[in-house]
Design a protein around this ligand. Structure first.
Ligand code: GLY
Ligand code: MN
Ligand code: MN
Length: 428
C-alpha cells in the first residue's frame, strides 16, 4: 500500500524531480518529559513508519525510481531506554525501500542525491527549519559543482499529495470504520455511565478508558461540556460538575493506525430530555439527517452545509427563535447567531483532513470514498429576547460519512442519535 502510494506520487511529479518528506520530531512537554509522539500525517501516508528522525527521499528518474529512507540506526544502548528501532536494514526491508542511510549522514548524502534534478518537491512551510536545510543542501551542491546540476525550482508537494490523501482506499476505509466503531463504543459507554452528581471529568475518563483498552489514542482533546459549556466551541477543561437537569455535549474520537474518527453526541445528564431540550435537539437531528443525505457523488461539498442551514433555519422559526420567512432568514444568515461554524470537514489521517474544498472558486464535487464529518448544531445564548427554557442549550450531532456510489455510509452510527434510542440506552 505504501509502496503503491510512493509510486503514484512519483508518477505525478514533473520530470527530473526529487521529493523530500521529513518525519515529525519528538516534542518536549516540560523538563525532560515528551508529548506522546505523533508521526507527521504525510510521512505516515507514504511510509507507514512511526519513528522520529527520518527523511524519505524519492527520485523518480534515478535507477528506475529510487526510494530512500534516512533513519536512526539500531543502538542497543538507546533502545534499552527508549524502546526498539527498526534500524537501517529493518526499515529497508519492512517498508519496501531501495536504500536506507543513517539520519546522521543526511547532510553528507543529500546534496549528492539532488544532483541533476531540476526541481525539489517538499512540504513548503511545514517546518521552516527543515526548509532551511533543504535550501542549504541545494546551495552546497551548487557551490561544490559550480555547474548547472543543482535544482532551480522548489515546488510545494502539498497539492499533489493531498489530492491523493483525499480519496480513501479500502485499507484506509477499514481503519476509519474501526476508529468509528471504537469511538462509538466510547460514546455509548459515557451515555450508559452518566448520572446526576457526576462531573465532566468522570465522563472524560469513560471515553479514555474505551479508547485506551482498544489501543487507540484520542484523535484530539475530547470536549466534555456540561450545560452551557457546550456554547464554548473548543471547551476542553472538562473539569466541572454536570448540571442535573442539563445536557452534556461530548465531542470525542480516536485513531486507528493514524486514521481519525470524530463524533459528537448531546444527551441529558439525567437520562430524559426536557420538552425544550427535545424540541431543539429534534431540529438539529433533522438538519443532520438531511445534510448527511447530501453526501452523494455529484453533489458539491457546500450542499451539505446549505441543507443544514436551511433545516436549522426552518426549525428556528418554528421554535420562534427567529421570525420572518425562511428565505429572508437564509439570505441574511440570521441562523449564524445560533450556528456559527461550518457543517463538516474532510476526515482522514488528520481530523481536519487535507484536500481542497473548492476548485477554481467553486465548491468541490463529491466523489466516492471521500470522507467528511456532518456536524450541524444550535447554540442558544442567554439573550433577554430568548425564552428562559431555551437559554444555554447547546446541541451538536456529528457523524463521519463516507461518500459511496449509492447511499452515504455512516461510519459512526453505532452510537444512537434518536431521542428514544438515547433515553433507552441511558436507562439500560
Ligand atoms: N472535533 C473537532 C471537530 O469537530 O471539528
Ligand atoms: Mn468535526
Ligand atoms: Mn468533533
Amino acid at each position: 500500500m505504501f509502496a503503491r502510494r510512493r509510486r503514484h506520487l512519483m508518477d505525478l511529479a514533473e520530470p527530473n524531480s526529487i521529493i523530500i518528506v521529513a518525519s515529525a520530531r519528538e516534542v518536549l512537554r516540560n523538563g525532560d518529559a515528551y508529548f506522546p509522539f505523533r508521526q507527521d500525517s504525510d510521512f505516515l501516508y507514504l511510509t507507514g513508519f512511526n519513528e522520529p528522525d527520518a527523511v524519505l527521499v524519492l527520485i523518480p528518474e534515478r535507477d528506475g525510481a529510487q526510494q530512500i529512507l534516512f533513519c536512526r540506526e539500531r543502538d542497543p544502548e538507546r533502545e534499552r531506554w527508549d524502546g526498539p528501532r527498526l534500524g537501517l536494514e529493518g526499515a529497508r526491508e519492512t517498508l519496501g525501500l531501495d536504500d536506507s542511510y543513517p539520519i546522521t549522514d543526511l547532510d553528507d548524502i543529500l546534496p549528492g542525491l539532488m544532483e541533476n534534478c531540476e526541481r525539489i518537491y517538499h512540504l513548503v512551510g511545514r517546518d521552516p527549519a527543515f526548509d532551511q536545510r533543504i535550501m542549504g543542501w541545494r546551495n552546497q551542491l551548487q557551490q561544490q559543482k559550480r555547474s548547472m546540476s543543482a535544482p532551480e525550482e522548489f515546488i510545494a508537494l502539498d497539492h499533489l499529495l493531498h489530492e491523493l490523501r483525499l480519496i480513501k482506499c479500502s485499507e484506509e476505509i477499514k481503519r476509519m470504520r474501526k476508529a468509528g466503531k471504537i469511538a462509538a463504543d466510547a460514546h455509548k459507554r459515557a451515555m450508559a455511565h452518566c448520572r446526576p452528581g457526576m462531573t465532566e471529568t468522570d465522563l472524560t475518563a469513560e471515553l479514555l478508558y474505551e479508547f485506551t483498552r482498544n489501543g487507540c489514542p484520542p484523535s484530539y482533546l475530547p470536549i466534555v461540556a456540561g450545560g452551557d459549556h457546550a456554547l464554548i466551541l473548543h471547551y476542553i477543561n472538562n473539569d466541572q460538575p454536570l448540571p442535573d437537569d442539563g445536557l452534556v455535549l461530548i465531542d470525542a474520537g480516536c485513531e486507528v493506525d493514524g486514521y481519525a474518527s470524530d463524533i459528537t453526541r448531546t444527551f441529558p445528564v439525567n437520562g430524559t430530555f426536557s420538552d425544550a431540550q427535545r424540541a431543539v435537539y429534534e431540529v438539529v437531528l433533522k438538519a443532520q439527517q438531511a445534510a448527511i443525505d447530501q453526501a452523494r457523488p455529484g453533489k458539491v461539498f457546500d450542499d451539505i452545509h446549505s441543507t443544514a442551514c436551511r433545516v436549522l433555519t426552518e426549525g428556528l422559526i418554528e421554535l420562534e427563535l427567529l421570525s420572518g420567512s425562511v428565505e429572508e432568514n437564509l439570505e441574511q444568515q440570521h441562523y449564524r447567531r445560533f450556528y456559527m461554524h461550518k457543517t463538516g470537514h474532510w476526515l482522514g489521517l488528520d481530523v481536519h483532513d487535507v484536500g481542497d474544498y473548492q476548485i477554481e472558486g467553486q465548491s468541490r464535487v463529491l466523489e466516492k470514498n471521500m470522507v467528511t464529518t456532518v456536524e450541524p448544531a444550535l447554540y442558544i445564548d442567554h439573550g433577554d429576547d430568548i425564552p428562559a427554557h431555551f437559554r444555554g442549550i447547546g446541541i451538536r450531532i456529528e457523524d463521519d460519512i463516507r461518500v459511496t456510489d449509492g447511499d452515504p455510509e455512516n461510519l459512526t452510527d453505532a452510537v444512537p442519535t434518536a431521542v428514544d434510542a438515547i433515553e433507552a440506552l441511558m436507562r439500560g
